[in-house]
Write a new protein. Structure first.
Length: 150
């Protein structure tokens, strides 16, 4: 197994198939960056770093069913954070299921209130809640402080 960061435009069809195979609707754009895990030349995990409206977001975290529970998601998240730091990004938002708060918290994401995020993310979570009333979503923010300010 290997974990890499790749521009989405190199693997648009393959990553779309990966998400579709795992019943995920992910609108991957060529501008996205992917942190992917693969084995035997097949994707087994992915998470996207997206720049939407000049705001960075973590989207579409997915690990193949037969690779869950083995720490792969944690490895993807750690590499995701490393990439954010490499790019000198100071803030990243995500909208995970509420029960995953501690999981995303492992790399520093903290729960925030709806009035603390950009408007398009407020609209997005309200839409998620409307379309999926049986599920619970939260807003989270990762803030990276440069070493010289710590």
């Amino acid at each position: 197994m290997e974990i890499s960061v790749i521009p989405a435009h190199y693997v648009l069809d393959e990553i779309a198939d990966f998400y579709k195979t795992h019943a995920r609707v992910a609108k991957v754009t060529p501008e996205d960056e992917l942190v992917v895990a693969y084995a035997n030349q097949k994707f087994i995990g992915s998470v996207r770093l997206c720049n939407e409206n000049e705001v960075y977001t973590l989207r579409s975290m997915q690990v193949a069913d037969n690779h869950q529970g083995q720490g792969l998601g944690r490895e993807l998240l750690n590499r995701f954070r490393q990439r954010v730091e490499e790019k000198n990004i100071s803030e990243v938002y995500c909208i995970p299921f509420a029960h995953l708060e501690d999981f995303y918290g492992q790399i520093g994401f903290k729960k925030v209130e709806i009035d603390q995020v950009p408007g398009f993310l407020q609209e997005r979570i309200l839409g998620y809640n409307e379309r999926n009333p049986e599920k619970s979503f939260i807003l989270m923010k990762l803030t990276i402080t440069p070493d010289f300010l710590q």
